[in-house]
Every structure is written in C-alpha cells, then in structure tokens.
Write a protein that binds this ligand. Sequence first.
Ligand SMILES: Nc1ncnc2c1ncn2[C@@H]1O[C@H](COP(=O)(O)OP(=O)(O)OP(=O)(O)O)[C@@H](O)[C@H]1O
Ligand SMILES: [Mg+2]
Length: 256
Amino acid sequence: MRADCNGLGVTFRSEGTETRALDGVTFATNHGEFVSIIGASGCGKTTLLRSIAQLVRPSSGTIELIPHPDDPNSDTLLVFQESSLFPWMRVLENATFGLAMRGVEREEREPEALRLLKQFGLAGRERAWPSELSLGMRQRVALIRAFLCKPALLLMDEPFAALDAQTRLELQQELLALWQPTSMSVIFVTHDVDEAILLSDRVMVMSPSGGKMELQLRVPLSQPRNTGDLTSPEFVAIKREVLKQLAPAKEQAMHA
Ligand SMILES: Nc1ncnc2c1ncn2[C@@H]1O[C@H](COP(=O)(O)OP(=O)(O)OP(=O)(O)O)[C@@H](O)[C@H]1O
Ligand SMILES: [Mg+2]
C-alpha cells in the first residue's frame, strides 16, 4: 500500500483554544517501503499516524491510501509505545486476537502464532498473563499480533521507547525479521536517530511545529541490517545529516 499525504492539516479545538498540530504536511511512502519519521516532542508525529489510521479527521488536505495487488488486504494497523495487550487475555489469545476478530478459526490461527512466539523466545509463555511478562516480552507479543494480521500498512508510534538499550536492539532485529519476507509498508515514528536509520529504507525529519517534512534521506544500506551497520561510513554520513537538521536553530546559526 502507498500512503500519500498532501497538504495535511489538523487543528484541535477545545474550550476556546486552538492547537495547530499539523500544518501542510506533504509526503508519500511507497509500497513495501519502511519509512521512519523523527521529530521533536510535540511536533505532531502521533497526530500524523492517527490521521493516517483515520482516528483523527484532517482539518485540511488529503490522505490517500493506495492499495497494491500484492497486499493481502487493505488494512492499516497502529502499534503504540506502551504494550496494548489485553490484561484479561493470556499471551496466545492476545497474539491471535486480530485474527479471531476477523473470524479466523482457532485451528488456523494458533499454529502460526505458536511458531512466531517460539521464534521470538516466548515458547512456554503462551498461557502467561501479560502482567507476568517483562516489558520487552509484552512488546514482542504486540509485534506478533500486528504481523499476524498482515496489514498492508503498519503504523508504529515509538514502539520501543520504553525499553532498555539491549532489549531495544533485540526487538529492532526481530521487527526486521518479521517485516522482510512481507510486502508490508511501515511508517515508524521514533526519537532515536540510530533506530530510524538502522531500520528504514528512508528517514524523514519533521519540523518542530506543524510537522512539515524538512529532510528526507534514502538509507543506502542493504537489508538485512545488523548492529554492525551502526558504524559503517554510509550510516555515519546519514546520521550527521539528520543530527544537523535536528540541532536547535541557535546551533545551526553557529555552524552557518
Ligand atoms: N486530542 C488532542 N487535543 C488537543 N490537542 C492535541 C491532541 N492531540 C495532540 N494535541 C496537540 O497537538 C500537538 C502535537 O501532538 P502529538 O502528540 O502529535 O506530538 P508528537 O510529535 O507525537 O509528540 P511526542 O514526541 O511527545 O509523542 C501538541 O501540541 C499536542 O498538545
Ligand atoms: Mg507522540
């Protein structure tokens, strides 16, 4: 699926105050592309993802979601920062929830879920409650749940922000392993520059207010990526560009 945002604006109005969260955001993502979006806190990243997921109605502009013949369906799915598992469901029920909602029979939905749970180190935890899992394990189950649904477009809002560095690196690799064999498009929001570059085909930097895409860079590293790429010259060159864009205006003036 392609996502095409054109002049997107979102204004929130409450109790007489207006917040212009997005103002003229224009960008497009390609079918099967992994795109990361970086930007300062409050610049409108979550609002952008919520708009694409049709949870927020744009005040102006358009969002077009253009299906591709390879897409298994035309769904978009949003994964949040905090694990959004249902506390009253066990791990296996949580992992297969999306499929159950679509009417997929138990015998059909469970084998694939069990295979993925095993692949990502959760064998033996299928009957555990979410509260019995670590944060990293809960996010793994949330990832598996999302991928089992095979959405054409996966939107991820800082899914690894609450994790420690080690677990974060593990989940980044696991995400790439889940995504690579698919033709799924991903829009991934993060504050972490390394994470954005390591995962993506393309990195976009949003302006601090109103969320215009100020910088778009293609990452010239072949997939699959691994942590060794973090120190490659191509990686370092892109990181330098992104950090320059993110630097406060005062600092930019000093370097001008
Ligand atoms: N439901 C809402 N009602 C009113 N204002 C909102 C609402 N949601 C977001 N905003 C405002 O819109 C702006 C953008 O918020 P948003 O959550 O999209 O930023 P963000 O880039 O995701 O920030 P962070 O990196 O901290 O998650 C902020 O000024 C925020 O206060
Ligand atoms: Mg946010």
